[in-house]
Design a protein around this ligand. Structure first.
Ligand SMILES: [Mn+2]
Length: 354
């Protein structure tokens, strides 16, 4: 669904969905593990929709941690009420919503026995997702929060300053200010949300103080970076928080000559992976699923993807084995078999003006 048609369809779709939910009991909103701005803003928006249209509060549940300083600042400044999933009794809820992820993807902690009723996402649809009662998956959207923004518009619900700020920041960060995988609906939502969002709060969210671990991780990442033609691979070692893998992938994609980045790091017995590319002939989501096949779970979109390999112990040998397997598969997929990795630190450009 895109453009005008989407808005019309969104009205009748959300009418029916809200009517159904009205007849049900308590509402749970599940977001993905280690929540990012997109799923947090989407959850805030859906919760607000239920409050305004059904006069009912919903519980927002997550697993993992919010480690990235910007995301922590967002949750704090915008007062997003979050409950750790481990504290919930799922039997209490008769409406289960899932946002920005899908059942069985491996990046959410909803037990597989709990049925999802309302599913809203922008990742490619998975077969199992079709079993949900209300499925709205728009994989041509850059941001799940854009879909939720359209729900609020279609239902004529007023958007507070804090909610506008959350939605705007979700689109801003997920698409890097509309430069990455943003489509027409994302651009329209971003432009309409700019005016009502609070610029002081946005500044607090985008410029938080960063922990010392953040800078030490950059150091480790540089030390371990290997370059294979257009591909850069680096291992960040033990992670201070899982999302830093994705942040470092974005960071290294800015290196001249590099078009594909694979970053990895260990966090509680898992090897967390992130893949980024600026090459339009590659699909990061497809590529990462191929390289983790048989060893873990992964998914993503054209330019960005993530995944994990379970049960990776702390021994250097085990970590090296996983890293070498991933690199070998990656090189094979890119037709770079036999290419030797060049350490980033050995590239010493000639100093000018000395
Ligand atoms: Mn998203």
């Amino acid at each position: 669904m895109t453009g005008e048609a989407a808005v019309l369809d969104t009205k009748s779709y959300t009418d029916e969905m809200l009517n159904w939910a009205r007849g049900q009991g308590k509402i749970l909103i599940v977001v993905h593990d280690n929540p990012d701005p997109d799923c947090l803003a989407s959850a805030m928006a859906l919760r607000h929709l239920f409050v305004m249209k059904l006069n009912r509060e919903a519980t927002i549940a997550f697993s993992g941690i919010i480690g990235r300083s910007e995301n922590l600042a967002m949750a704090k400044e915008l007062e997003i009420p979050l409950v750790p999933m481990g504290l919930l009794d799922f039997g209490e809820f008769s409406v289960v919503c899932m946002l920005d992820t899908q059942p069985g993807t491996g990046n959410n902690s909803l037990p597989p026995t709990v049925k999802v009723d309302i599913l809203i996402d922008h990742h490619p649809i998975r077969e199992a997702s079709r079993a949900c009662r209300w499925v709205d998956i728009r994989d041509d959207y850059g941001v799940t929060a854009t879909i939720l923004y359209e729900y609020l518009c279609a239902q004529n619900v007023q958007i507070s300053t804090k909610l506008a700020t959350a939605l705007f920041y979700a689109i801003k960060s997920e698409t890097q200010d509309l430069g990455r995988e943003a489509n027409k609906p994302d651009r329209e939502a971003y432009l309409r949300l700019f005016a009502p969002s609070n610029k002081k709060l946005l500044y607090e969210i985008t410029h938080p103080k960063l922990p010392v671990e953040y800078f030490l991780t950059i150091n480790t990442a540089i030390e371990n970076a290997l370059i294979y033609g257009q591909l850069l691979v680096t291992n960040l070692g033990n992670l201070c928080f899982p999302e830093i893998v994705a942040e470092m992938a974005d960071y290294f994609l800015r290196l001249e000559g590099v078009e594909i980045v694979l970053t990895m790091g260990r966090y509680s017995d898992e090897m967390i992976l992130s893949l980024r590319t600026t090459r339009h002939d590659l699909n990061a989501g497809v590529l990462i699923r191929k390289i983790v096949e048989g060893r873990g779970l992964a998914g993503g979109h054209g330019m960005m993807a993530g995944g994990k390999i379970d049960n990776v112990g702390a021994e250097q040998e085990e970590i090296r084995e996983v890293q070498e397997l991933l690199i070998a598969r990656m090189l094979a997929e890119l037709g770079l078999e036999g290419v030797m990795g060049i350490p980033l630190g050995s590239l010493k450009p000639a100093l000018q003006g000395t």
